[in-house]
Design a protein around this ligand. Sequence first.
Ligand code: ADP
Ligand code: MG
Length: 198
Amino acid sequence: MGGVKTALRQRHLGLRKQLNAEQVYDLSQKAQQLVMALAVFSAARTVGLYAPHANEVDTELLSSCAQAVGAVVAYPRIVHGTMEFVRFDSECTWQPGKFGILEPSIGAQGVHSCQVEPELFDAVVVPGVAFDSAGNRLGYGKGFYDRFLAQCTPQCVFIGLAYAFQLEDKLPREAHDVALDYVVTDAKITACPASSRI
Ligand code: ADP
Ligand code: MG
């Protein structure tokens, strides 16, 4: 199983690396427009986003949209090897955290104490290396999102965000893998009833 996942990761990360900045921007706009068309996203009062790295689909538009309607917007950070989410607001700056991924930061010491507990989220937008139409997700191989999403409530909606070429017919799924409710790409929204989380 590990070998299959590793080979898929290498191939998909290679494909994504080939995108230029204009493609990242254009495809990200399309994918985010489709996320905003989802009522479960636009109605969410507390939203988890991610700071894109390595050509991941951008989330800037989703952030502006959620903040404009007064939703709490939170981003991941890694503390002692665990992923947690912290609130992003106008006081925050961005500091590179583990793996060089930007994390919200406040003040000269970069201290940010405003953690948003997993049970509070209405929607979490999830990055990944590849997805399938059953809501399976291939991440970077550390299981951070599997551990985090397992702590959210059954009502919280998990939305995978990706480019169309990141959709696979069927991904390997292990017992600890948490399935998503929707996978949204620049081309389409896939509702994943197989995840049956509600
Ligand atoms: P990813 O989801 O990032 O693609 P994997 O699903 O392959 O990565 O998981 C990576 C590692 O994380 C695996 O060794 C797995 O056992 C571990 N893991 C994932 N979820 C949990 C969990 N809820 N509790 C303990 N270990 C977990
Ligand atoms: Mg996993």
